[in-house]
Design a protein around this ligand. Structure first.
Ligand SMILES: NC(=O)C1=CN([C@@H]2O[C@H](COP(=O)(O)OP(=O)(O)OC[C@H]3O[C@@H](n4cnc5c(N)ncnc54)[C@H](O)[C@@H]3O)[C@@H](O)[C@H]2O)[C@@H](O)CC1
Ligand SMILES: [K+]
Length: 493
């Protein structure tokens, strides 16, 4: 499990740790880890967007962009360590007389210099350390830093962000103004939420975490968590000798309409790959569903007359069709997606006795919240939390970094690490709904069902795509391969 902590939590932990260490020791730990990561990148270490061509530290050209705070201090001390190993290092102080004194002195003492002309050295740099702002930064790069940041990006050097790409919001992942896009980010003590959530995540490049000893001082519950293979493997249902199709769970799919018959087929396609023992389709698309998947149980509806299920997934391609209110009136978990989300009343959802899972994309989330889509996209974490609180439901907010929030206080939001932009294709969400509904029916709680489904769906998208366009149908077909990939870790562990 990868975890992320808010700035306030990291600062509190740092304070506790610092009180037990000699002055400046923590910054030296950070700088040592940062210099080691830079040496690796200069040596041709991969993982970052650009790869350095120099092959070694000795003789390489390094530029340190130093802001006014401790982030600049980290960068300058790391620059000093690289200078001591034979790199030619130039400092570009961006806050004139407020540069970290100790860091600058260390750099000069190790043979580094202050650049006469920042643009000249940035043009030839093999590596640029971005120490403009870290967790103390607010509101995007300042105007005087913008041309320097652009020159860094325009040069050929590998850009290494110190703790965070300067200009991004650490806690929310928002990018309020201009920010410096890095090839790699070396972060200290703990990941910050912004490193895992778009749009900021896109600025961070490859992530490296430097352990500075913060672990014992961080709370057990993080702000954000990202499941990994082994976590998902533990969640996925596995039938035993005692299982039969009913014990494995029946998922009911309420989807599709005369206008969108394909949504019914795709939601069923996802549901069949999701672990439930049987899929019951309810709606007008039964013929199309049976033509593709004869193993499906079909019924014209309404859901309350269609037979017992352990969970409903309602909404994909439903248009104005019926079924949402009926499914919501049931006493089993209900996933509501797409058309089902329109006019969804918080009071109805809150009054339910069984859990509800909402799976909006940014546009649907914006409509539910009564805000612009852009506001949801730039502040995904706040939006998903607000929706979960307002509806008393688990919410999966789809997008480049899919988030899952629980309505319960103190439960970390989950961020899905497996997505690919190729998943932004028609019908992809229908497959996800079916898959998540199937996992709900097999007994996972809504947060686990949503995050395991997003994980498998993202991985399936990658497997099916391999860097090329992919269709929703192919994503559904690749879920089995993704499932095997995930549980293979468990078998080998
Ligand atoms: N506290 C510690 O002992 C440690 C701190 N560490 C480093 O310290 C950083 C935090 O240091 P600080 O609290 O000094 O904060 P930062 O260095 O992140 O930035 C704060 C400074 O930047 C200025 N600033 C804010 N927004 C700006 C903007 N948009 N453009 C330009 N300047 C801006 C502020 O006026 C302030 O002087 C961490 O990100 C990490 O890199 C690490 O060395 C680990 C140990
Ligand atoms: K930085």
């Amino acid at each position: 499990m990868r975890t992320a902590y808010s700035v306030e939590t990291v600062r509190n932990a740092e304070r506790e740790l610092m009180a037990r260490l000699p002055e400046g020791a923590l910054m030296q730990r950070a700088a040592a880890g940062l210099a080691a990561a830079c040496a690796d990148l200069l040596g041709g270490g991969s993982g970052a967007g650009r790869v350095s061509a120099v092959g070694r530290v000795y003789g390489s050209k390094v530029v340190v962009l130093a802001g006014s705070g401790a982030n600049g201090g980290d960068a300058l001390y790391a620059g000093a360590r690289l200078a001591a190993r034979g790199a030619r290092v130039w400092a570009v102080p961006l806050a004139a007389d407020r540069t970290h004194e100790g860091g600058l002195a260390a750099l000069l003492g190790a043979g580094g210099r202050v650049a006469d002309d920042p643009f000249e050295v940035l043009a030839v740099a093999d590596l640029v350390l971005d120490g403009i702002t870290g967790i103390g930064g607010r509101g995007g790069l300042r105007p005087d830093a913008v041309p320097v940041a652009r020159a860094a990006r325009g040069g050929r050097g590998v850009i290494v962000a110190v703790d965070l790409p300067s200009g991004v919001e650490a806690d929310s992942g928002e990018v309020a103004g201009e920010a410096l896009r890095a090839d790699a980010t070396v972060t200290f003590g703990a990941y910050k939420p912004g490193l895992l959530i778009d749009p900021a995540r896109e600025y961070a490049g490859a992530l490296r975490l430097v352990d500075i000893g913060l672990g014992p001082y961080l709370p057990s519950v993080p702000e954000l968590e990202a499941l990994q293979h082994e976590d998902v493997a533990r969640l996925l249902p596995a039938p035993t000798g005692e299982s039969d199709k009913y014990r494995r769970g029946v998922v009911g799919i309420v989807a599709g309409s005369a206008r969108y018959p394909g949504a019914a087929v795709l939601a069923v396609a996802g549901a069949l790959r999701g672990g439930a023992g049987a899929v019951r389709y309810v709606g007008p698309g039964g013929d199309a569903v049976i033509a593709h998947y004869p193993e499906t149980l079909v019924h014209e509806g309404p859901p309350s007359k269609a037979g017992r299920v352990q969970a409903w997934a309602v909404g994909p391609g439903l248009g104005d069709g019926p079924g949402v209110a009926d499914a919501l009136a049931s006493d089993v978990p209900v996933l509501v997606d797409a058309d089902g989300l329109r006019l969804l009343d918080p009071a109805t959802v809150r009054a339910r006795t069984a859990p509800t899972l909402l799976t909006p994309h940014a546009g649907e989330a914006a409509a539910l919240l009564g805000v612009d889509r852009a506001e949801v996209e730039s502040g995904r974490l706040a939006a998903v939390r607000e929706l979960a609180a307002r509806y008393g439901a688990t919410v999966l907010l789809k997008g480049s970094t899919t988030l899952v929030a629980s309505p319960d206080q103190g439960v970390p939001v989950r961020v899905n690490p497996t997505g690919t932009p190729w998943l932004a294709t028609a019908g992809s969400g229908d497959v996800l709904s079916g898959l998540a509904g199937s996992l709900l029916a097999s007994g996972l709680d809504p947060r686990d069902a949503a995050s395991a489904a997003a994980y498998l769906h993202g991985l399936a998208g990658r497997l099916a795509s391999h860097g090329a366009p992919v269709t929703a149908h192919e994503v559904a077909e690749a879920v089995r391969g993704a499932w095997r990939d995930v549980v293979g870790v468990r078998a080998g562990a």
